[in-house]
Design a protein around this ligand. Structure first.
Ligand SMILES: CC(C)(COP(=O)(O)OP(=O)(O)OC[C@H]1O[C@@H](n2cnc3c(N)ncnc32)[C@H](O)[C@@H]1OP(=O)(O)O)[C@@H](O)C(=O)NCCC(=O)NCCS
Length: 175
């Protein structure tokens, strides 16, 4: 399985022990929690260690640290990789200090190529919460189409938010 990828200064590499502190900061950042709709309790280092260990050991997930120009900037993953139906779920977080520089756009395009070329997927799915237009935009730019709305999917700041599911199929990716 490919473990390193690079495009336009954006690098994907495996998550290492020494990344845990960065991961904890990323996942606890207010902006990231609000846009993803994390469970209400902030994560501590032990939770994060367990999550990273679980994610890197799993056969049905691919989990990468994103670096940009030598800095750790975020994480990206394909989860729930189903090899019978050849589908998986995309997840992505860029630290807010690095938003708006095209890193998310490049990252979604890279992971989509990886899903179809390397993992032989038929479908990649992703979702954004209704108050997160940047997430919608980067998936659209990679060729994702809207599938539908799932109502009141996550609780953010005491208010329920809908999730809008999007996906791209292998034939659309080839076009
Ligand atoms: C969503 C996220 C990954 C985007 O990453 P990024 O590196 O800032 O994205 P880019 O710079 O490549 O592109 C952002 C696009 O969204 C657009 N955008 C940003 N804010 C917007 C807004 N409020 N309304 C409409 N479009 C917006 C930008 O204009 C840009 O599109 P363009 O290139 O056509 O101009 C990043 O904001 C993030 O990690 N947020 C926290 C976690 C999260 O939301 N993850 C995704 C949920 S599944």
């Amino acid at each position: 399985m490919t473990r390193f990828m690079e495009r336009d200064g954006v690098v994907f590499r495996p998550v290492e022990e020494e990344d845990k502190e960065f991961l904890r900061k990323l996942i606890n950042h207010e902006n990231v929690r609000d846009t993803i709709g994390m469970a209400p309790k902030p994560k501590n280092l032990k939770d994060e260690e367990e999550h990273v260990e679980l994610a890197s050991e799993q056969d049905d997930a691919a989990y990468f640290l994103i670096e940009y120009e030598g800095e750790k900037v975020g994480t990206i993953s394909l989860e729930n990789i189903n090899r019978d139906y050849r589908r998986c779920h995309l997840g992505l977080s860029i630290h807010p200090d690095y938003h708006g520089q095209g890193i998310g756009t490049t990252s979604v395009q890279m992971i989509t190529d990886y899903a179809f070329k390397d993992l032989n997927m038929h479908k990649v799915r992703g979702g954004y919460l209704e108050h997160n237009p940047a997430s919608k935009r980067i998936m659209e730019k990679a060729g994702f189409q809207e599938e539908g709305i799932e109502r009141e999917f996550k609780l953010v700041d005491g208010g329920w938010k809908d999730v809008i599911w999007m996906s791209i199929l292998e034939q659309e990716w080839r076009e």
